[in-house]
Design a protein around this ligand. Structure first.
Ligand code: AMP
Ligand code: MN
Ligand code: MN
Ligand code: MN
Length: 296
């Protein structure tokens, strides 16, 4: 079992627990090294870091950035060990959040045209951070207001391609998002590769290889192999990509809160053989002991 969890969400994006509550939950679940990776926002990091220190847990600054690759393929990048104060990164994710606010208005208009009104105000009631409005907040409101039995059925019937609440959206460009992460000193990781689709089809191997080649050419160094949203087959496939492309392997539950996640935090299965863990990138830094000696 891995005691690293490098992908999860708090109320700063679309998670249900505050950064402090999330860290406490991670500690209960045996997590020893945690990265908080809220969507397009880094405002929870200070609080989570302080809480992690209380639990004797190592904390890694993270973020999950929404990206549009080519014309219309949405992919997510996890940035690990980033510097949230790096101005291009802070400004970059702020621009993505601005786009979210505009998309939310269009989603609500589109639902209203389909006869479902009042959803924008409703969704905002569920957004812990009004700048970081997303489909999950719409889904939670639509469950509460009786449009569907649970969050996944709201997605299925209203919020995915071809459904009334779905509007196409242009997220950050791949080159920009990788640049923000790497420029801040972080490691760019392709999140949950098993989840990507082109149109309504799962992304085929040739397309995935093109994405990985481009990602690596821009400075990307990691791929999520173990993800709460991967089947065992998808874990194995991501591990093959990691080995084939020389990428570092990352792991994370992608936890969003009690009752809403594919998988609870912590106790993630080990990497398949041949994977090099992403934490090699920061745990084997040769300058670390020197810096410590200078400071001490
Ligand atoms: P957004 O970035 O606002 O488009 O929303 C994406 C988020 O919606 C993901 O990070 C998940 O938290 C959630 N999500 C996406 N698809 C589903 C689904 N089928 N069921 C439940 N939650 C989903
Ligand atoms: Mn989410
Ligand atoms: Mn994601
Ligand atoms: Mn996520």
């Amino acid at each position: 079992m891995l005691d690293y969890d490098l992908h999860c969400h708090s109320t700063v994006s679309d998670g249900l627990l505050s950064p402090t509550g999330l860290v406490a939950h991670a500690a209960e679940r045996g997590v020893k090294v945690l990265a908080l990776t809220d969507h397009d926002d880094m405002d929870g990091l200070d609080e989570a870091r302080a809480a992690a220190a209380q639990h004797g847990m190592q904390f890694i600054n993270g973020v999950e950035i929404s990206v549009t690759w080519r014309n219309n393929v949405t992919v997510h990048l996890v940035g690990l060990n980033i510097d949230p104060a790096y101005p291009p990164l802070a400004a970059g994710v702020a621009s993505v959040r601005q786009g979210r606010v505009e998309r939310a208005r269009k989603m609500a208009d589109s639902l209203a045209a389909a006869g479902i009104g009042g959803v924008l105000e409703g969704a905002y009631q569920y957004a812990g951070n009004p700048e970081m409005i997303g489909r999950t907040h719409f889904a939670r409101y639509m469950v509460e207001s009786g449009h569907a039995k649970d969050v996944s059925s709201v997605f299925k019937h209203y919020l995915v391609k071809g459904k009334p609440g779905f509007v196409p959206h242009e997220w950050a460009a791949l080159t920009d998002a990788v640049g923000w992460i790497v420029g801040s000193g972080g490691i760019a990781v392709l999140a949950h590769p098993g989840r990507y689709t082109v149109g309504r089809k799962v992304m085929g191997k040739p397309t995935m290889r093109e994405l990985l080649q481009e990602f690596i050419g821009l400075g990307g160094r990691g791929i999520e192999v173990v993800s709460g949203s991967h089947t065992p087959q998808q874990v194995a496939e991501a591990a093959r990509y990691a080995v084939e492309f020389g990428l570092l392997a990352s792991c994370g539950s992608d936890y969003h809160g009690p009752g809403e996640s594919y998988r609870d935090m912590g106790q993630l299965p080990d990497f398949p053989l041949g994977c090099r863990p992403v934490w090699e990138a920061w745990e084997t830094r040769h300058d670390a002991p020197v810096l410590k000696a200078q400071n001490g």
